[in-house]
Design a protein around this ligand. Structure first.
Ligand SMILES: Nc1ncnc2c1ncn2[C@@H]1O[C@H](COP(=O)(O)OP(=O)(O)OP(=O)(O)O)[C@@H](O)[C@H]1O
Ligand SMILES: [Mg+2]
Length: 225
């Protein structure tokens, strides 16, 4: 039987009086994919941040691999590609290999500096994603499409079983968009990754091959499309 990667049951959330999510329900199985589209402000990022435990969901409403996220400690099986406006905030002159090396920090306990092994692993992953040429280049000097690829590589350093992507193609050109879809499909088919992607572009959802589930997020609920 297939393992359940994400299970969301009767999830509701509001920041203020106004509810953002009213009743969200879905399951994502291992090696499967799911896309959600919704207009600006429909609650896509909120939903992902609840799944990631960044926002506090009610107990018993969000599970990752049968573990309630409100108690989850080890997140190494989950990769996250944040909405691109967040990656643009990486303004200080950090290189691509440093970004991938430092994403291993949370494993490092008390030792705060990335060591040789972290850089070795960072460069292996950069190579896997065809990014070796940019290892020593400051992240902020890259094009949007390359930045996006670096952020995907970064999310994959720990070889997670689940990838969560927030609006990853916003502001990238057609070619980068196609490259992105190819990488995403390879991760699913070759590496057996499960993923959930949210976007405001319905077209992107239509362009994803091998998509197992598609929804629209509207009025705080998911609707099959
Ligand atoms: N920290 C916050 N405090 C109060 N309200 C918030 C906060 N973050 C988001 N909201 C509100 O919650 C609603 C959903 O926001 P969210 O960012 O989840 O939408 P989104 O679908 O990701 O939008 P976008 O397409 O612009 O990324 C919006 O009305 C937003 O204004
Ligand atoms: Mg958002």
């Amino acid at each position: 039987m297939k393992k359940t990667m994400i299970s969301v049951k009767n999830l509701a959330y509001s920041y203020t009086k106004e509810p953002v999510l009213t009743d969200v329900n879905f399951e994502l199985k291992e090696k499967e994919s799911m896309a959600i589209y919704g207009s600006n402000g429909s609650g896509k990022s909120t939903l992902l941040r609840l799944i990631l435990g960044e926002l506090k969901a009610k107990e018993n409403s969000v599970y990752i691999c049968n573990e309630d996220v409100t108690n989850k400690k080890d997140w190494s099986n989950v990769g996250y590609v944040p909405q691109s406006t967040i990656s643009k905030n990486i303004a200080f002159p950090v290189t691509c290999e440093e970004i991938l090396a430092s994403s291993q920090y949370r494993q490092m306990g008390l030792i705060k500096m990335a060591g040789k092994n972290h850089f070795k692993k960072a460069n292996e992953v950069l190579e896997h994603f065809n990014l070796s040429a940019y290892a020593k280049i400051p992240f902020k000097e890259l094009s949007g499409g390359l930045q996006q690829r670096v952020m995907i590589a970064r999310a994959m350093v720990e070889k997670p079983e689940l990838l969560i992507l927030d609006e990853p193609t916003a502001g990238v050109d057609e070619k980068s968009n196609r490259d992105f879809l190819t990488i995403l499909n390879e991760l699913k088919i070759v590496d057996g990754l499960a993923y959930i992607i949210v976007t405001h572009e319905r077209k992107l959802v239509e362009d994803i091959v091998e998509l197992d589930q598609a929804f629209e997020l509207k009025n705080g609920r998911l609707k099959h499309v």
